[in-house]
Design a binder for this molecule. Sequence first.
Ligand code: BG6
Length: 459
Amino acid sequence: MKQPHSDALVFFGATGDLAYKKIFPSLQAMIKRGHLNIPVIGVAKAGWDLAQLRARAKDSLEKHGGLDPAAFERLSGLLRYVDGDYSDAATFQALKKTLGNAERPAHYLAIPPLLFGKVVEQLAAAGCAGPGARVIVEKPFGTDLTSAQNLNRILLGTFDESRIFRIDHYLGKRPVHNLQFYRFANAFPESYWNRDHIESVQITMAEDFGVQGRGKFYDQTGTIRDVMQNHLFQLAANLAMEPPPRLDSESVRDEKVKVLKAIHPLTPADIIRGQFHGYRDEPGVAPDSQVETFAAIRLELDSWRWKGVPFYLRAGKNLPVTCTEVLIRMRQPPTMYEGFDLKSNYLRFRISPQVTIAIGVNVMALSDNAAGGVNEMIANHHPETGEMDAYERVLGDAMSGDATLFAREDYVEEAWRIVDPVLKSETPVFEYAPKTWGPSPTGTDVVPPGGWWNPEVTP
Ligand code: BG6
């Protein structure tokens, strides 16, 4: 169900960090592509005026991605600014006035979720949430199942589901979308894409940096809420879903929800949490923090296709590399090649930094006394210049009314249902040394058969 294009973009939190790092660069990129020609209204409580917002936008572009003078000129022309408190009805009356005749504003809440209720209520009271309006919200959507249900109630009180766009910017990444494309645009994967041939699935999202000044946010969030429940679950859903009958947003999203419905809630035995040494000294972090900066989990899917195939998901800060990669390990065939050290075949999908699809195969060495080994058949997509940034894609899609790349109400609630039990139980946090692959406590089942695949990144 595609909807008509928005006729104004309103972004709350215009003076904040997300706007600075992601939104202004995405807006400029849209202008360069000819995709943005509607008023862009920043709202914040900073005591600023439009000139200050323009200066901030300029500074943001200079630091993040580069300023294009002609595109910036056009962006400046589209920018408007409303200053005021989110509790004050006058702020929203000023917004209404600035919106003028716009009937289909997209309200982007780049603000802490605690403020969602207040803003949505005020939007409705001021007449800014009419039938053509839509709302775009950031992740993490809530902090657990109950808070996500509350947020959904608040948003659904004013906007129906088709007008709510919950961002998970991982969905805006082309290589993530390519996981589905690989499966459903090619003939051969389907023949082995099941429990008969696949032994396990691993997904690693590694980052070689720490919390980068976001200690306060991170210490209230942790890895499970920050990236596991959203980004990594989306990767798993793309890998595990059934082919949708059609490519419209609801048919695709229905299949993803079905994947989550088949997943058992996590128990303490399904998770390892870690914290890098030095995290507690970060500004904003509690000196006795028990928050994880690393998590590895094992998921079980109770479905016809996947029963008995464990999915291992792992993410962490301060690991040896920055890389997101999927490894699908195949079952070994019965073999008569004694004396050969045969390995499991695998499929490797690198999402970033490069984009790669590789198939690991056993090959015989040419000399008689060598044992052979695993070689990779590689299909490589090099990053193309001009590749659309994930934020540009999701913001553009929200404005053009295409909900495919957004998390639906039932999806976010299912995702929280899976992680909720371990968020509430106090599982241990193991310390790990920075630039290592996280803790490896003994006696855990959260290790794939054949071991973890640690991605290597070469420049
Ligand atoms: C964000 C998380 O959602 O995703 C960050 O809050 C993380 O902690 C980031 O670093 C990773 O996204 P990307 O696109 O830079 O890989």
